[in-house]
Design a protein around this ligand. Structure first.
Ligand SMILES: NC(=O)N[C@@H](CC(=O)O)C(=O)O
Ligand SMILES: [Zn+2]
Ligand SMILES: [Zn+2]
Length: 420
């Protein structure tokens, strides 16, 4: 059925949005009445395009006790995300054509929102045998990543870039030098304080420096996943100045938390890369504000209670993010007056769509799919993991008061979330 969303606040003005066949066919203050159309009253609340997250972990198949495509995508919808890209570290790993076909079918069958799929760069995510990127791209791989593992051999990364350049794809890269990381679990500064093994930021930045030289040589589109250190920000800034095809994402926890906020051995603060110093955090914010970092991605990484039990020294790396990202960004950047809502939307919709060529995701424009979010700029609420749709409950933001509550989410004009 056609729909009209009335009393929708868009860029400060009250507008109506006309939706026909799942697409936006009109936006304005004076849209013509459509007989038979369903009227949805946004009651003066703000409407933004559905958010896009290029970095989530949905754990199906193989690890469904942590998350499923159904629970993960329902967390996405509740958090205002209408398109997500899932990482390939499920079981079996998405590194073969058959596996990717099955995964894409599963994503569209079980996904409440649009769930794109990232395929592996190398088989099993840790070998030096490259996947068949041309074939995987033709089947529908949204990008290529070994997320969870760094690529140790420069030769492997060089060949991966040559292939990805040939097929016109994107590499989204988890930077980690295993020797330097040396089994660390927190930033060395926190490690000293808490008597936990340190994971130096050099593990990220040295590998990034290597890769930037390989991008210079190959021209491959290279996307840096979850940037954590100020040295990486500076390397990306210089690479962009040199005109290299590099993009980057930062996660909310690296923007809004730093190692000084880890008060004890608490697994809610364990993620990879770890929280870095205040100086790193400020450099990440500056990098986002000056465009060095293109976008925000949650790195939603759910785990079971058991996986996250015990000491940071040996529990799993990862926290959930889909249901906290937008409110945190709204609270810390928009409500605080640092940037306008449009800028936040560019980090969570326009830039990800542009960098990954996500033609299926809507941008709140006539002609685009009606992927929309109605949210309340004024309503304050406390982050409570008990409210999560995700199976994962681990967040360092529990109890934090935020604004920017998502009320209703639409994908292709169909409601996929409504706050009861
Ligand atoms: N971020 C994390 O701490 N964990 C991720 C892997 C990753 O993103 O590197 C996971 O799959 O659990
Ligand atoms: Zn990673
Ligand atoms: Zn990840």
């Amino acid at each position: 059925m056609d729909k009209i969303i009335k009393n929708a606040r868009i860029n400060g003005e009250l507008s109506a949005i006309v939706i026909e066949n799942g697409r936006i066919t009109g936006i304005g203050s004076a849209v013509a009445a459509r007989p038979g159309a369903e009227i949805i009253d946004a009651e003066g609340l703000t409407v933004i395009p559905g958010l896009v997250d290029v970095h989530v972990h949905f754990r199906e198949p193989g690890l469904t006790e942590k998350e499923t495509i159904a629970t993960g995508s329902s967390a996405a919808a509740a958090g205002g995300f209408t398109t997500v890209l899932a990482m390939p570290n499920v079981l079996p790993v998405v590194d073969q054509e058959e596996q990717l076909k099955k995964q894409l079918a599963l994503n569209s069958e079980k996904g409440l929102v649009k769930v794109g799929q990232i395929a592996a760069i190398t088989e099993e995510l840790t070998s030096n045998r490259l996947t068949k990127m041309g074939a995987l791209k033709a089947i529908g791989a949204a990008a290529f990543s070994n997320d969870g593992h760094g690529i140790q051999e420069a030769k492997t990364m060089l060949s991966a870039m040559e292939d990805v350049r040939k097929v016109g794809g994107v590499l989204t890269v988890h930077l980690e030098d295993n020797g330097l990381a040396n089994g660390g679990v927190v930033d060395p500064k926190a490690g000293k304080r808490l008597n936990l093994p340190g994971l130096t930021a050099l593990s990220e930045s040295t590998q990034l420096a290597r890769d930037i030289e390989l991008v210079r040589a190959t021209g491959a589109h290279y996307h840096v996943a979850h940037v954590s250190s100020r040295y990486s920000v500076e390397l990306i800034r210089q690479a962009k100045l040199a005109g290299l095809p590099i993009t980057a994402e930062v996660s909310p926890h690296h923007l809004f938390l730093d190692e000084s906020m880890i008060k004890g051995d608490d697994s809610n603060f364990k993620m990879n890369p770890p929280l870095r110093t205040k100086e790193d955090r400020y450099a990440l914010i500056a990098g986002l504000l000056d465009g060095t970092i293109d976008m925000i991605a949650s790195d939603h990484a759910p785990h079971t209670k058991e996986d996250k039990a015990g000491s940071m020294a040996d529990c799993a790396f990862g926290i959930v993010g889909l249901e906290t990202t937008f409110a945190l960004v709204y609270e810390h950047f928009v409500a605080s007056g640092l940037v306008d809502l449009q800028t936040a939307v560019s980090w969570l919709n326009e830039k990800p769509i542009e960098a990954f060529g996500l033609s299926n995701a809507g941008r709140l424009q006539v002609g685009d799919p009606a992927d929309l979010v109605i949210f309340d700029e004024k309503e304050a609420f406390r982050i409570n993991p008990k409210d999560f749709h995700s199976k994962g409950r681990n967040t360092p933001f529990a109890g934090e008061q935020v604004h920017g509550r998502v009320k209703r989410t639409f994908v292709n004009g169909e409601e996929v979330f409504s706050e009861k």
